[in-house]
Design a binder for this molecule. Sequence first.
Ligand SMILES: Cc1ncc(COP(=O)(O)O)c(C=O)c1O
Length: 391
Amino acid sequence: MHPDTLAIHSGRDNLGQAHVPPIDLSTTYRTPDLSAATASIDSMAAGGLPAGGSIYQRLHNPTVARFEAAMAKLEGTSVAVSYASGMAAVTAALLAAKMVGQHVVAVRPLYGGTDHLLASGLLGLEVSWATPHTVGEHIRPDTALVICETPANPTLQLVDIEAVVAAAGDVAVMVDSTFATPVLQQPARHGARLVLHSGTKFLGGHGDVMAGVIATDDVWAARLRQVRILTGANLHPMAAYTLHRGLQTLPVRVRAAQANAQVLVRRLLAHRAISRVRYPSAPGCDPKGLLGRQLKGPGTLIAIDLIDGYHAAQSVMAAVGLFTPAVSLGSTDSLIQHPAGLTHRIVGEAAQREGDIGEGLLRLSVGLEDVDDLWADLDQALNRTVELAAK
Ligand SMILES: Cc1ncc(COP(=O)(O)O)c(C=O)c1O
């Protein structure tokens, strides 16, 4: 079925007479049949599903399972495993990788939190930093995972998933596909074994729920579920319900926000305050021709480099009225933020340089407002930087 249909109908099997999925808030379940319950425990300890019925919410929850089933359908994988946040999902993937080997390869730029977690050494993994073109040089016998983001946060760098998968050989590749959503990109179809989303962004879509989810195969799902049981970073059933509901409008939201972004990009490209616009369909941003082949549309995020650097960025953040100056993305409303000072502050100057994250870079998450209202807001804020520079 078409993704628009899957987004609405997935995860809704066996609803009985109900029209929408019920929310199951039980933290524990009655287990009068001890041998069936023990079978469930054994199955879940091995990373499987509750063979003999539910036991305890940290082990398995039916509302959460419905959201996961829907995500797997949308990504074209057999299963998905969800977490309390995107960072909990990244952490779980890295701990699951530790069951395979002690080394990971990471392609910069990555979301600041992911970069920092890897660089901190907190999880005891050895990390090699790579560009999309040097992944193969870093693969070792103990490499467990290759991690990349495409489009990457915050520069919108596009990574050729098939090329990275080929360079990784037998090693699993995890793609953080948060910026693309399953509407615009399905990394598993290009060979990625793990597809990660911060569900906090487009999947919920209204800026009011935190989540992380990894769509994957049965082998990695077993490891990921084991990590979740052990570490307890579960998605709450209320959050799972909200996310599952959000999926129904995901394709419509993404397409409408993308149409707005395309109009804004055309106008930004001609603006005198800007030296560069980074957007998958903007000049020079897709040297490998991935748009159409891997990424179905350019999406809703735009990065702009301001001619007058940090001071101009500071002035735009203060001058916008309709755009909210705030981190995060993928909501119905438009947001603008300064990666070097906020989301990627923590990675430090060297990683910022390596990731091409300058002091004059602003990242825009375009929402569903009227595009002329958005432009009027941006234009006046950008013009102010030019007037300031002239003083
Ligand atoms: C690309 C990407 N991955 C992961 C995360 C982490 O997600 P969360 O904030 O839900 O923990 C973020 C957050 O901004 C992100 O942008």
